[in-house]
Write a protein of this length. Structure first.
Length: 405
């Protein structure tokens, strides 16, 4: 069916109740068609009776969208120590919730935030969502140091307990493929890691005048020195602060860059047996990168469904994180972006926009099959996904583009 031609026919069944037809772009309707959503809406399957929790750190102005791009009534709860729900000047969560409401307009929405430096508050948000009856949870924020980037860590173990076989967590694979490095430590005579032969510095270019964070994750007992050097002076601009959680460790170097300056990252082994590690730059780009293994917490865990992003021609977007190609099959799915917003001119894109699409599809399936366990819903989506490669699973696009049976 031609998306443009069918737009007028599908308006009545695809719109959230409180949004006028003239406010919804035809491009959104085309995306819904790709996922078989209109046929389900026409059959009366719109997510009724299913609760979806959207976990995010950016909820500024969400009240302005109630009864418009969001349901008239939502349940919102802050898990930050200061109790502030709209503390951060970001509308990222509002956009994620808008996607869920567009795809599953009769699903009930639960909204929650957490403190970005405290994993326990994120787990508290998940626990609350489950206590409220949420069967679908959507999270489009990544926290790389909360695991080893390969699905291990205490946060993953607790998540698995909270979800059991009665809920599904959809998580953004991450927009990190072009600013992530993974591989074995390769030290020179002085103990500095070689990103490639003879290169002990990895150029770091900040995007804007905002905080940059370089995060390194590994398993084992080794200790490393992570440092960011000023490109002009060669002096350290930031040093990594190390932490450890059972079998995995991390080091994070945070700083506010000076305008117009570039920096470089280097890593030195201090003691312990060297091994593989992951390193990702948040708020900046890196010269030496490796897309494999760039899926970050919580999407890297077996209990989470990792969602990547493709364009309108089903091509993986260069930033969409990839799996290792061994072990865990990550990502699980991809979805097409951008997703047009009804309340701002700039469309919503990235793996952040892909994730709530997949989560909302699970809500539609559960609305139709309320007695199914989580594993069966996950299996139904896996079987229905449109394969984008010859392989059953591809480390770039997963099991394919997520859609309804």
């Amino acid at each position: 069916m031609n998306p443009t031609r069918s737009a007028a026919v599908l308006l009545a069944v695809c719109l959230p109740f409180a949004v006028l037809a003239t406010e919804v772009p035809a491009e959104r309707l085309a995306l819904l068609e790709r996922m078989n959503v209109p046929a389900w809406h026409q059959a009366g399957q719109r997510g009724k009776g299913v609760k979806v929790a959207v976990l995010d750190t950016g909820w500024q102005g969400y009240r302005d969208q109630l009864g418009r791009s969001l349901p008239q009534n939502v349940v919102a709860k802050a898990f930050r120590p200061d109790g502030q729900f709209e503390a951060r000047p970001s509308q990222h969560g509002v956009l994620c919730a808008e996607v869920v409401h567009a795809v599953a307009p009769e699903a009930e929405l639960l909204l929650a935030n957490w403190e970005s430096d405290r994993p326990a508050t994120f787990l508290d948000a998940v626990r609350w969502a489950r206590q409220q009856g949420a069967r679908v949870i959507s999270c489009s924020v990544i926290m790389p140091t909360w695991s080893d980037n390969e699905g291990n860590g205490s946060a993953h173990a607790e998540l698995a307990k909270l979800l059991s076989d009665d809920a599904l967590l959809f998580a953004a694979a991450g927009n990190t493929a072009e600013r992530h490095w993974h591989g074995p430590f390769a030290g020179d005579a002085a103990g500095w890691h070689n990103w490639k032969p003879g290169a002990t510095e990895n150029r770091l270019v900040p995007w804007e005048m905002e905080r940059v964070c370089v995060e390194m994750m590994w398993r084992g007992d080794a200790r490393y020195r992570l440092e960011v050097l000023d490109g002009d002076t060669g002096k350290p601009a930031a040093l990594g602060v190390e932490g450890r959680d059972g079998g995995h460790a991390w080091s994070a170097a945070r700083f506010v860059p000076d305008a117009g300056r570039t920096y470089s990252v280097r890593v030195r082994r201090l003691d312990g047996p060297a091994g593989r590690f992951h390193l990702v730059a948040l708020g900046a780009s890196l010269d030496h990168v490796e897309a494999r293994g760039s899926v970050a917490f919580p999407a890297d865990g077996p209990e989470a469904i990792a969602v990547g992003a493709v364009d309108a021609d089903d091509r993986r977007l260069p930033y969409s994180a990839c799996g290792l190609g061994t072990g865990l099959c990550k990502p699980d799915f991809v979805a097409a972006v951008p997703f047009p917003s009804a309340w701002r001119d700039r469309p919503f894109t990235g793996t952040s926009a892909a994730t709530p699409q997949a989560a909302a599809l699970a809500a539609l399936v559960w609305g139709k099959q309320p007695t199914w366990p989580a594993g069966r819903v996950r299996e139904a989506l896996t079987k229905a996904a449109r394969r984008l490669t010859r392989d059953d699973h591809d480390p770039a696009t997963g099991y394919g583009q997520v859609r309804l049976p």
